[in-house]
Design a protein around this ligand. Structure first.
Ligand code: CTP
Length: 404
């Protein structure tokens, strides 16, 4: 969780510096105490006042404030209090300076003095990023334990196409979350998660699928990773970026998902089946594109294997299996019936017709349903928060903590 953490945000002189306002704003929104350090060049691109207003804290720009008794040790104070130092955007210049061990302004001094995790988010012209000298510096920093997020490929501010765009704010936040998380209560566990829809092909251009976005499963994967688990994420087709530090197994069909789950389930402590697995697939897949005929077309579908039932049937003592039941209307009865029929230790039921609980939204509102009939309705919350709540529940089922 990000709430209560302290982050020093170093902003350097890239045209992407204006995006630091968004990054700072998102961090603050997640309850992070943000202290900004700007280089002189950064102040050409974005005003300190903007970042001061967003963070509610004075922006640090100089090594020596000039005010008697105040700020002369700012770099040491900031280095002592921060959980993470985030340099976003990071220019080739700051990367080069730190790689060379130079400290000629407040930010570079702070980076060298800081003992915690440092995350660089490079943003620069693609030509610069591709320069072997810049690459060498990045490699040197990586080897020394510094972290990097991005850059992404796309159109950069100067109009060129290529790799050099600042990583998206969501990706940056996700890395920050992973780096500051100190709760390692899943250390040593393997968590297998499925996410997204499956696609069942009809012919080379058409398929049957559903509206699952994969967000819930990806949130479970990120939360389990942040708490120290080894995470295997079996994902149907989604548009979501691959979470760092997670073994991603991309699949397309339900049969491929079943095979991947069977491969990893024996070595897993927990299976969370957040995927919306297609219940049926076309009986035959046409090799050539199907041609339109006259009148109606009837498709013959055959059932797919139920992966959750397989896991429920074959689980060893101590393995926990969690399923999801997305229903239209009160999910309790269906979720309980599914928990019992499929051998799940917990079903997460939701009514997809509620606002903020369906597909493609960042929040979910669910009821936990246990096979003994116990139900626990939860308020609407962010999917990552819900993922943390589910992991707490899984630890209780495993007997690692008491549920009192
Ligand atoms: N599931 C599965 N394999 C399938 C279908 C579903 O593992 N072939 C899992 C889902 O990942 C989910 C749970 O079973 O965790 C419930 O899925 P759902 O589609 O609601 O269950 P069904 O038994 O298919 O019920 P319904 O008739 O409502 O579709």
């Amino acid at each position: 969780m990000l709430g209560g953490k302290k982050v020093v945000l170093g902003v350097t002189g890239s045209i992407a510096a204006y995006k630091a306002a968004d990054i700072a704003g998102q961090l603050v929104r997640h309850g992070v105490e943000v202290h900004v350090v700007m280089t002189r060049a950064a102040r050409e691109f974005i005003s300190a006042l903007t970042l001061e207003t967003i963070t509610g804290n004075p922006v640090n720009t100089e090594m020596f404030s000039g005010r008697p008794g105040a700020g002369t040790l700012a770099h040491l104070d900031l280095a002592r209090m921060a959980d993470l130092l985030l340099v976003a955007p990071a220019t080739a210049n700051v990367i080069g300076k730190v790689a060379a061990g130079l400290a000629d302004d407040l930010l570079s001094t702070l980076v060298l003095a800081f003992r915690g995790p440092v995350l660089f988010c490079p943003a620069m012209n693609p030509g610069m990023y591709g320069n072997p000298l810049v690459q060498r510096n990045i490699e040197a920093l990586r080897a020394a334990g510094y972290h990097f997020c991005g850059p992404e490929t796309g159109r950069v501010a100067c109009g060129e196409e290529g790799r050099g765009r600042l990583a998206g704010v969501e990706a940056i936040l996700d890395r920050v979350r992973a780096l500051v998380s100190t709760e390692r209560d899943l250390d040593g566990s393997t968590v297998l998660v499925t996410a997204g829809p499956t696609r069942e092909p009809l012919d080379p251009v058409r398929y049957l699928t559903n509206r699952s976005s994969g967000r819930m499963g990806y949130a479970v994967a990120r939360a389990a990773r942040d708490r120290g688990a080894r995470v295997v994420l079996v994902s149907g087709p989604t548009v979501l970026p691959a979470p760092d530090g997670v073994e991603l197994i991309p699949v397309v069909t339900a049969a491929e998902m079943a095979a991947a789950v069977k491969r990893y389930f024996p070595e897993s402590d927990v299976l969370v089946m957040a995927a919306a697995v297609a219940d049926y697939r076309p009986a035959t897949v046409a090799q050539e594109k199907m041609k339109k005929g006259v009148g109606r077309l009837t498709l013959e579908l055959v059932p797919n294997e139920d992966i959750l039932s397989y896991a429920g049937r074959t689980k060893r003592p101590g393995q926990v299996v969690v399923g999801f039941a997305a229903e239209t209307g009160d999910p309790r009865t269906h979720a309980l019936e599914k928990a019992r029929r499929k051998g799940a230790d917990l079903m997460v039921g939701n009514d997809i017709t509620l606002p903020g609980a369906g597909f493609d939204v960042e929040t979910n509102e669910v009821v936990l349903v246990f096979p003994d009939g116990r139900t626990v309705p939860l308020p609407r919350m962010d999917k990552y928060q819900l993922a943390c709540r589910l992991l707490d529940e899984i630890r209780i089922i495993r007997g690692e903590v008491s549920g009192a």
